[in-house]
Design a protein around this ligand. Structure first.
Ligand SMILES: Cc1ncc(COP(=O)(O)O)c(C=O)c1O
Length: 399
């Protein structure tokens, strides 16, 4: 079975993914099982997507029920769930209006269009965007143009003109780069794929102030950090800045594809009828599941759990750092955490898999942890035990 599945993919798929040799069959809560029946503790949750774990009974029930009624309606017509979802998102984020699409990268595309559309409607026709080095905003050409990592960009140049980059938390460079031609600033409050680096409060506040000064829009990419991952609905909130546009995606529809652009009332006028659209975005099945997701987050006090268990996990990571000198850094907040190693991190993924734990390696030396938001202390203890075992057996020559 294992070789069949892998060989078939190797033969027929465009080879864009360096997959681990793990064939997943089913999941329940924080656990998944492979085709051979081996059980794994999932500390990646589909890259931050399966926030309520696997096969959550409330999500499963709603999916079954709505699939038998109406899966897709097209955006030519109304259905009852889009408005309800937009209202709910407005309530929890403090934003005003929503547009629904199908992925993170598509939300970023829409956010950039909204910013440029807004600038066009407000006279100046300016189009420049200031983004951050080491950022990750997605793989489509617009989102890639905002992504400050050469390795993703280099084979696709020339990208969209008008994007400029400054180093994370370098307030001076930011002040030098933002000017009257800037139509938007885009940033992740916590850089995810880039290795879990947080935007400082000072940098965030400067970005917001500069944006106001030059009449540019502040776009917050909360695709990975948003909707509970850091213990808040928006990670940018605790940094004290009011974004004009927010991009969301990953966890919102329990594993079904949904991206969201949120905008402040005035800014939303940047896109009017005919300027933007999508066939699949915001269908009845997906919107109803997202409503259920938000309801579970609230009723089951998930954000509180993220803050509490996240803090516990952070302490455990710091304990590992104390024990093993090759752990250079522990970063992140809530359940968006990482350790930085003094050696390549990739081989640790397989070592963890061998012991029944799923973790992720990013940015060469970083191990990133994005467990389901429902994890408990006992799951963190098990995670710690396995990592401790792996690190104890790690040979390291350095100091
Ligand atoms: C911060 C951020 N923005 C954008 C994206 C792109 O999202 P998607 O893979 O759904 O296109 C990601 C995906 O990892 C992300 O983490």
């Amino acid at each position: 079975m294992k070789t069949d599945v892998i060989e078939l993919e190797k033969k027929y798929l465009i080879q864009t993914y360096a997959r681990a040799p793990l064939i997943l069959e089913r999941g329940k809560g924080c656990w998944v099982w492979d085709v051979n029946g081996k059980k794994y503790l999932d500390f990646v949750s589909g890259l931050g997507v399966n926030a309520l774990g696997h096969a959550h009974p409330r999500l499963t029930k709603v999916i079954r029920d709505q699939a038998g009624k109406l899966i897709h309606a097209s955006n030519l017509y109304y259905h009852r769930y889009q408005g309800l979802l937009a209202e709910r998102l407005a309530k929890v984020t403090g934003m005003d209006r929503a547009f629904f699409c199908n992925s993170g990268t598509e939300a970023i595309e829409g956010a950039i269009k909204l910013a440029r559309g807004y600038a066009a409607h407000h006279g100046k026709g300016k189009f420049e965007v200031v983004a951050l080095d080491n950022s990750f905003h997605g793989r489509t050409i617009g989102a890639l143009s905002a992504t400050g990592q050469e390795k993703y960009r280099k084979d696709f140049e020339p990208l969209v003109p008008g994007f400029h980059f400054v180093p994370l938390n370098d307030v001076k460079q930011l002040q030098m780069r933002v000017n009257e031609n800037t139509c938007a600033l885009i940033l992740e409050p916590v850089q995810g794929e880039g290795g879990i680096f947080e935007v400082s409060r000072e940098f965030m506040q400067t970005a917001a102030k500069l944006a106001r000064q030059v009449n540019a829009l502040l776009i917050m990419d909360e695709i990975q950090s948003g909707l509970g991952r850091t213990g808040e609905y928006l990670a940018s909130k605790s940094l004290g800045a009011q974004p004009d546009i927010v991009a969301l995606a990953k966890p919102i529809a329990g594993g079904l594809p949904l991206g969201v652009i949120l905008a402040r009332e005035e800014v939303a006028s940047g896109l009017t009828a005919g300027m933007h659209g999508t066939t699949f975005g915001g269908g009845p099945l997906i919107c109803r599941v997202a409503l259920e997701f938000l309801d579970v987050i609230e009723k089951e006090k998930i954000l509180k759990n993220v803050r509490k268990t996240g803090e516990y996990m952070r302490k455990k990571l710091l304990a590992l750092k104390k024990k093993y000198p090759f752990i250079r850094d522990v970063r992140g907040r809530g359940l968006m955490l990482a350790i930085d190693l003094a050696m390549p991190s990739r081989s640790f993924v397989q070592l963890a898999l061998d012991r029944g734990l799923i973790i992720n390696s990013t940015h060469d030396t970083v191990l990133r942890f994005l467990p389901p938001l429902i994890i408990e202390k006992k799951h963190v203890d098990q995670f710690y035990k396995i990592m401790d075992e792996i690190f104890a057996a790690t040979e390291w020559e350095g100091k």
